[in-house]
Design a protein around this ligand. Sequence first.
Ligand SMILES: Cc1cc2nc3c(=O)[nH]c(=O)nc-3n(C[C@H](O)[C@H](O)[C@H](O)COP(=O)(O)OP(=O)(O)OC[C@H]3O[C@@H](n4cnc5c(N)ncnc54)[C@H](O)[C@@H]3O)c2cc1C
Ligand SMILES: NC(=O)C1=CN([C@@H]2O[C@H](COP(=O)(O)OP(=O)(O)OC[C@H]3O[C@@H](n4cnc5c(N)ncnc54)[C@H](OP(=O)(O)O)[C@@H]3O)[C@@H](O)[C@H]2O)C=CC1
Ligand SMILES: O=C(O)C(=O)Cc1c[nH]c2ccccc12
Length: 442
Amino acid sequence: MPTSQQDGGGERLFHGGAGDGDGDGAAVAAAARQVWVPGPVIVGAGPSGLATAACLKARGVPSLVLDKDATVAASWRERTYERLRLHLPRGFCELPLAPPFPPGTPPYPTRDQFVAYLDAYARAFAVEPRLGSRVRAASYDAAIGFWRVAAVDEAGGGGAGGETEFLSRWLVVATGENAVAAWPAEGVGAYRGDVMHTSSYKRGDEFAGKKVLVVGCGNSGMEVSLDLCNNGAATSMVVRDKIHVLPREILGISTFGLSVFLLKWFPIKWVDALLLIFSRLILGNIEKYGLRRPKIGPLQIKCSTGKTPVLDIGALKKIKNGEIKVVPAIHCFTEDGVEFVNGCREDFDAVIFATGYKSNVPSWLKEEEFFSESDGFPRKAFPHSWRGKNGLYATGFTKRGLQGTSYDAAMIAADIARRWTKSLAGPTAAADADHHETYIAN
Ligand SMILES: Cc1cc2nc3c(=O)[nH]c(=O)nc-3n(C[C@H](O)[C@H](O)[C@H](O)COP(=O)(O)OP(=O)(O)OC[C@H]3O[C@@H](n4cnc5c(N)ncnc54)[C@H](O)[C@@H]3O)c2cc1C
Ligand SMILES: NC(=O)C1=CN([C@@H]2O[C@H](COP(=O)(O)OP(=O)(O)OC[C@H]3O[C@@H](n4cnc5c(N)ncnc54)[C@H](OP(=O)(O)O)[C@@H]3O)[C@@H](O)[C@H]2O)C=CC1
Ligand SMILES: O=C(O)C(=O)Cc1c[nH]c2ccccc12
């Protein structure tokens, strides 16, 4: 790696380095070494980070992608169950500028096919993230106009246990809506059985013959319940509130694709009404089985709150025939099981929390104007959630799945590329754009 002492920008940075920033900057100033990154730093090598890096590259802007895990797309590779398939058709899950899924890919690709697609995507755009690099803190140093990003090298990473401070004009947050498992605050009290979150659930065979309680009935709760049932576990699923369940397909067309088409022509309320009529015809009256529908339609809820309707891939049939038992909210845990709010007690060998996920942004980003401290999402909703101030960007926080990711990536890349071109004309132009990292201090 070349040093940048000959570069005016690097010189300024070197002098404005560790300990010279504002209070927040001090949080990351203890770094063992500093690295000046000519383009943006992107935190997260999932679909959102990869897509943004690819779109930047296509515009001639280099970037440095950091990920805490040892591979790209670790959320998909490590934190999903084996039989998972995309629940939107593959055409809605493709990333920008890439060829479609390879011939022979089924309409709803498997987890492994999607992971292979993401690996190929990273290769095609030569995106080579710095893996095993967990961002511990990031803050904007107004004195020098740069983001200070402190990353700890996890075992096996470049600096093995050390810490590096990256300095960049642009910071792209791509750590995702599903960064950490959400657990109920009450915990499990004295319960002695096995406890896990769906993000650790891999396959159902280890639960064969066991009584399992799945807490939560979003897409994870429904699909894990189905998988457990298919593997011979006696499965109960907690449904504490109203939910929308839609068939994954209507008249052979994906419900999602049909919705996208209809929304081009009709207001969302009409489309919701139509979806509910079809759902009633295809699924019957699901309220009989303890699945009460909200008054507001599924797409309206998705748009206003981000809560995804369940796209049924077979759990409903098991609920109807009693193989999956719907149970009410939990009042408290006992040593061997739970007491439900209706006063009934039941023992379970294992409890699987399908209680969703949270953003982890507040744990590392020292910024509260653009990102909300309470939920770790940008305060502005789609389509305005991608750009903050001072070169801060967010990708993959639209609550619109991979289509939202593609939108963000294109917007961010276009915006940064404009600024990049301008900065090339300025004093920092001497950066060697072919190199991700230019060392300014060790
Ligand atoms: C089970 C499941 C199925 C889904 N199916 C679909 C679908 O079919 N269609 C669809 O459109 N959407 C789907 N989604 C929604 C969404 O598209 C995916 O969650 C997608 O993976 C989001 O991509 P992302 O890059 O934003 O986040 P992630 O894939 O979660 O990537 C974030 C990355 O950031 C890294 N990271 C986090 N914190 C740090 C840190 N401090 N330092 C360094 N790295 C960090 C993580 O290791 C991870 O690699 C699904 C979501 C889930 C949970
Ligand atoms: N095949 C696929 O593509 C799949 C996609 N996904 C996607 O992944 C994302 C995350 O989904 P998911 O993991 O299901 O998370 P969600 O946030 O969508 O659902 C969490 C569920 O847990 C319930 N819950 C939360 N806390 C409790 C509690 N204390 N007691 C009882 N119930 C509780 C919630 O109910 P309440 O509404 O009452 O708060 C909700 O039903 C979604 O976008 C989803 O669409 C997930 C699985 C498969
Ligand atoms: O899997 C998810 O959670 C998604 O966000 C995909 C998605 C985006 N918009 C939707 C509308 C209905 C169902 C799923 C989605």
